[in-house]
Design a protein around this ligand. Structure first.
Ligand SMILES: [Zn+2]
Ligand SMILES: [Zn+2]
Length: 255
């Protein structure tokens, strides 16, 4: 199996060296393994605590590029980023993707419009914020920049009950995914968090959301969202992929 969702310690909330992730991925038998650390943004007066600084981007790319060469006989490493959709910085992102020759970027709509003022998607409980999440997600997907939509159901993390608004938002995410041909990610870090009892609300993967994805027959990709080399587990991915396929989901492997 392939995984395109891996972080590095540069984001400040992941552990392990780049090499440790790669060695684990090789040992586990991954054929394609992509790094998609939290994207920096060219902030002038703000230091995010959940992502690398823009000045670290070259060393991130350089480090993975070196490992890519070193391990080219045993694994196909890809270099990407997990990015929000911040309209003010989209042209910067577009330039970076071209200039640094990134293999791909994925959408992680953690904050809407602006990290400094935007609400964290995982804390949303009100309908107007859910629709804002939907709106920014669709605008992001329509840019054509993002290879897939990471944990699209992050928006339901803190919600207590899956109501008509949640249903409507889910359906429209599926419709956009299908119309644009962009897979939705079934996020295995969320599975780990749920097992650890870390969600007070519905959490993610959100069962009701995924029922709609199945009914709508949107494409699904499984992502480890590894924040530690320990998260790089082929057996876990295969088990989840097997279960989802048996339940009728349209699983895609590549991007
Ligand atoms: Zn993270
Ligand atoms: Zn991630």
């Amino acid at each position: 199996m392939n995984n395109y969702h891996t972080h590095t310690c540069r984001c400040g909330h992941a552990s392990g060296t780049d090499r440790e992730y790669v060695e684990k991925a090789v040992a586990e038998g991954f054929s394609v393994f992509g790094f998609s650390d939290h994207s920096p943004w060219p902030y002038e007066d703000f230091r995010s605590r959940i992502r690398m600084d823009a000045s670290e981007l070259d060393s991130y790319i350089g480090s993975i590029s070196e490992l890519k060469r070193e391990f080219s006989g045993s694994i196909d490493l890809r270099i990407g980023l997990e990015c929000e959709y911040f309209p003010g910085y989209i042209s910067w992102l577009r330039d970076i993707i071209a200039e640094k020759d990134l293999d791909y970027v994925i959408l992680g709509n953690h904050f809407m419009r602006d990290e400094r003022t935007g609400i964290y998607a995982g804390s949303i409980t009100e309908a107007k914020d859910m629709y804002d999440y939907l709106d920014t997600s669709i605008k992001a997907l329509e840019t054509g920049l993002y290879a897939y939509f990471a944990h699209p159901d992050l928006v339901f993390t803190s919600v207590g009950e899956f109501d008509d608004v949640c249903r409507d938002v889910s359906l429209r995410i599926c419709e956009a995914s299908k119309a644009l041909g962009i897979p939705l990610e079934y996020n295995l870090l969320g599975e780990r968090k749920r097992s650890a009892g870390m969600f007070r609300g519905l959490g993610y993967p959100c069962h009701e959301f995924w029922e709609i994805v199945r009914e709508e027959e949107a494409d699904v990709i499984i992502g480890l969202d590894a924040h530690s080399p320990d998260h790089v587990e082929m057996a876990f991915m295969q088990e989840e992929a097997g279960r989802l396929k048996a339940e009728g989901y349209r699983i895609v492997e590549g991007i």
